[in-house]
Design a protein around this ligand. Structure first.
Ligand SMILES: [Ca+2]
Length: 271
């Protein structure tokens, strides 16, 4: 475990409410921070620890409220990066995915896959599951925000304001800002070693859209009622202003929408 990660885990562990959290994971579960890759063309997955966090923001917009404690009872692994075109094309080659989406001539490779509908993104997770024998799926909103925050309570994992060389957003001043996606991992990771939660592309989550956190599950389970034709997306994008890239910001899109703003990352369940 890197010192940075160790510090982050301690930070999460500090509140007394942590005392109610489950005991340390069994030895069979990889330590937090471990990077897993189930096949050479599969996405790198980072193990995140169990814990408790506060979802939402009292400073944010109405759909980020009310804040809600969420209990993560067991470790899970989440994509170190947004799913890339390279990773998507492995699925296409094995007939798990239908076609490679339009890349707007920005280049494929390590750029995040874009122009994927919600159901098409889920198709990729089904292929990964079948190929590896592990359970892959989209993250719930709670899992996404927990991993994005990596133990922080600030608006962004580095603080309350956007800073230079942190993310790809409209006014972020990078070579890609307001123009296109950046190759994944172009910016430093959060404290848990995860990249690009904030900015680059919006990321689909499993949750049906609900206009606020009233009635949120308080667990890692996604919300399965509400406006299910719409799904919640997180993280903002290269096209939008940085305030939409805050860890708690959420927005909706119709599930069949394809956009050069929207990609996704995956979760892998652990034993
Ligand atoms: Ca993102």
């Amino acid at each position: 475990m890197t010192p940075l990660l160790a510090a982050a885990v301690l930070l999460v562990a500090a509140p007394s409410v942590w005392a109610q959290a489950p005991a340390a994971p069994s030895p069979a579960i990889p330590k937090p921070g471990t990077v897993l890759r189930d096949c050479p063309t599969c996405p790198e997955m980072v193990v995140v620890p169990p814990g408790i966090f506060i979802m939402g923001s009292t400073m944010g917009e109405k759909h980020e409220k009310p804040t809600k404690p969420v209990r993560i009872t067991k470790a899970f692994a989440i994509g170190k990066y947004e799913v890339t075109f390279d990773e998507w094309e492995a699925c296409v080659r094995e007939i798990g995915c239908g076609a490679t989406p339009n890349d707007h001539d920005w280049g494929k490779g390590r750029r995040p896959v874009i122009n994927v509908e919600f159901d098409t993104a889920k198709q990729y997770t089904r292929w990964l599951t079948k190929k590896t024998g592990r359970t892959y799926r989209l993250p719930s909103e709670a899992e996404w925000e927990y991993a994005a925050r990596a133990g922080t309570t600030s608006e962004f994992p580095w603080g309350d304001a956007m800073e230079p060389n942190r993310a790809n957003c409209r006014e972020c001043g990078t070579e890609w800002s307001g123009e296109k996606t950046a190759p994944v991992g172009s910016f430093p990771p959060n404290a848990w070693g995860l990249h690009d939660f904030n900015g680059n592309v919006w990321e689909w989550t499993e949750d049906c859209w609900n206009p606020d956190h009233e009635g949120a599950t308080g667990t890692t389970q996604p919300r399965v009622s509400g406006e299910c034709h719409f799904r919640a997306m997180r993280g903002g994008s290269w096209y939008y202003f940085g305030r939409l890239s805050r860890s708690s910001y959420r927005f909706k899109n119709a599930a069949e929408v394809k956009s050069y703003n929207i990609g996704f990352r995956v979760v892998r369940e652990l034993p």
